[in-house]
Design a protein around this ligand. Structure first.
Ligand code: SF4
Length: 399
């Protein structure tokens, strides 16, 4: 069982008692939010596991696949395009061929739930200061050697304690807590796209926004379906080198770039996070090339976050990112013409703040995940920009 760290850290654990560590943690992030998460399913009626298997609560046929005469299926959800024989699963481990019909094993079965600030995702230009109800199901279509949440992203659904939470229960739950943003996060929501799609559709009808925190490794058709109901997306751009994607993540760069251009074309609000890993993707020439690509293909206003790597999973041999490297990355991207470039996982650094691209004044002052000050005017949920309180320059975002 590989889940213990994350589950103990985030979700239901193996009992309902609170440890001293829990109390301290919840005190830091909002005691009531933590309390609610912990007791979330204290009284829920667990559905019998599908096929008698623990933690697989629903039989839900997958979308985006085709059947073959020999009983195998071809998954069209992500660029890996798995061909899956009867009785087998795709590479992500959460989609299974049962007798020639393809099923999602994670639909309605989150293994982690928590209330976070939106800044933690991070989404800096999307409703700053909001609380977000965050959900994760097991699985990922990449296997990044540096994954911070490997204990759920690399787990099979059967291995992870999960609860039955179909969209018809998820959305009322979020509403009952007076929260109006849902995030599918922590692991990779792409591989559970049916669950995301159904939840986000229902949530939208109730006036609740849904955002995803994704690696962007998804095919065009499912992405288009999701973008009809998502309000914002954060994409991890892990490198600008295809060799890195192949060697470190078992994936490829181009499909992720394609996703970014599709997000821009669709007009969906999105932000990019680049985790800077010493010696692997911290070359400033590559960061300059990537920034130039973003400027040319996505525009100057896409927020770009350079975040600090901490040794994890299979890359415990590397040091944490020096603060000077993060600062150089930020300066490099700004010099290429990007207007909103941040540093992350560095509490107290000025790289957390939003500066007016025209007059240079601080417009949104942040400290860790807290909003200290906002200097914007003409704020409207229905517009994709507000104005600098000092000079009136437009500042893109859903503020
Ligand atoms: S979503 Fe999973 S099963 Fe489908 S192609 Fe990607 S890795 Fe394979």
């Amino acid at each position: 069982m590989r889940y213990n760290n994350f589950v103990n850290r985030v979700f239901w654990g193996l009992g309902m008692e609170f440890s001293r560590r829990d109390i301290l943690r919840f005190a830091g992030s909002g005691f009531l939010a933590g309390l609610g998460s912990r007791f979330l399913f204290a009284e829920d009626a667990l559905l019998p596991p599908a096929d008698g298997r623990p933690n697989v609560h629903f039989r839900r046929e997958a979308r985006w696949y085709t059947k073959s005469k020999d009983g195998s299926v071809s998954c069209g959800l992500c660029p890996l395009h798995c061909t899956v024989a009867p009785g087998s699963r795709g590479a992500c481990g959460v989609r299974e061929n049962r007798g020639g019909v393809y099923y999602s094993l994670t639909w309605g079965s989150p293994c982690a739930v928590h209330v976070d600030p939106i800044e933690k995702k991070p989404l800096f230009h999307f409703r700053p200061g909001s609380r977000v109800y965050s959900f994760a199901a097991a699985g990922c279509n990449m296997s990044c050697k540096f994954c911070q949440n490997w204990d759920i992203s690399q787990a099979a659904p059967d291995e992870m304690p999960s609860r039955a939470l179909p969209p018809s229960a998820l959305v009322p739950l979020v509403k009952s807590r007076k929260i109006d943003i849902i995030a599918f996060t922590y692991s990779e929501p792409t591989v559970s796209s049916e669950y995301v799609l159904d939840s986000a559709s229902l949530a939208r009808s109730e006036g609740i926004d849904t955002v995803t925190i994704s690696n962007g490794f998804i095919e065009e058709a499912p992405l288009a379906d999701l973008l009809r109901v998502l309000s914002a997306v954060k994409v991890d751009l892990k490198s600008f080198d295809d060799g890195f994607y192949r060697d470190i993540c078992s994936a490829r760069l181009k499909p992720v770039l394609d996703t970014l251009t599709r997000l821009a074309a669709a007009g969906t609000w999105f932000e990019i996070v680049y985790l800077v890993i010493p010696s692997l993707n911290d070359d400033m020439k590559m960061i300059a090339s990537m920034s130039a690509w973003i400027l040319k293909n996505l525009g100057a206003s896409v927020p770009l976050h350079f975040t600090r790597f901490h040794p994890a999973y299979r890359l415990k041999n590397l040091p944490a990112t020096p603060l000077s490297t993060l600062s150089r990355a930020r300066q490099t991207a700004l010099a290429e013409g990007l207007r909103f470039v941040y540093t992350g996982n560095v509490p107290g650094a000025s790289g957390e703040d939003t500066f007016c691209p025209s007059c240079g004044k601080v417009l949104v002052e942040r400290h860790e995940y807290h909003i200290m000050n906002v200097r914007l005017k003409n704020v409207s949920r229905n517009k994709k920009e507000a104005s600098c309180e000092y000079c009136g320059a437009p500042v893109p975002g859903i503020w």
